[in-house]
Design a protein. Sequence first.
Length: 338
Amino acid sequence: MTAYERKAPVSVLVLTCNEEANIAACLESVRWADEVFVVDSFSTDGTVEICRSMGAKVFSHALEGYAVQRNWALANLPFSNDWVLMLDADERVPDALALEIAAAISNGGNGRAGFYLRFRHIFWGAWLKHGGLYPTWLLRLFRHECARFEDRPMNEHVILNGATGYLTEPFEHRDRKPLSDWVAKHIRYADLEAEEFLRETFAGGYSASIRPRLFGGQAERKRWIKLKVWNRLPLLTRPFLLFFRNYFLKFGFLDGRAGLIYHVLWSFWYPFMIGVRILEKQRAIRPTGLQPLCAAGPPGAALTGEPGRAGSQIPISIDFKQQRFQHAAPTDEARRPA
């Protein structure tokens, strides 16, 4: 970081798994920070060696889920600073944002427990300014003793005990992996999204969660839309509506070829895959005679039920734990278009 002589009292936290293509650039962009922690999920490439060579403190911990991993890190890492900046391995902090962060926390955050940062998505070398993608606000800078993450398989947000503020300079997403890795990763994500849909629709949702509010903050508004509108739309119709909204109504076409490729994949193909995975899971349940018409237990509790005759209104039996997590990657629901 230029024009900054003393390291800022910030602890950077990065989750990794086989991120040798991205991690060096990420760590280079946070050399201005006092310390950097990497929680690695037993990478088999050169990720750990790169991190250690660049001065990061590396801890290994099996990935049971993204929210679980982040909460484990917040609870167990020996942070030297009150403030934590959470990044993914394919994200970068420009010098202008580093200076703004240092200034924001220099007076203790002026009574705030966290700050929202602007997310700027660089895809195929182009900044995706349209399609509802910018600005997206993510709560990534916070006092670690005031923060925990929602316990959900995808789209987890920070639950913060305290006031928040907003910084103006953006941080950047620049994934150096090939597009085939993006596709493979989102096939896995589609399975987690399907799990989340079934829990929200048939099992009462998640007990510890941000409050969905139509007129709340960006994350609260998106959660309200997801629960009250998106989850109620026909599964295989949703991708067509989302693509039309993002690419045409939100002017995603103005981002040129990169915008077209991204929205075909992210606004259409990805939600289509989610819908298919939901239908597959439902088809797998139907032979048991279970009907997903009522939920048992308090919100967030796992559903159980005895097999019954077809048409009986009994709780659906779903095993939500048969998932394999292979990569630590961004999962903020707030990255969905506004």
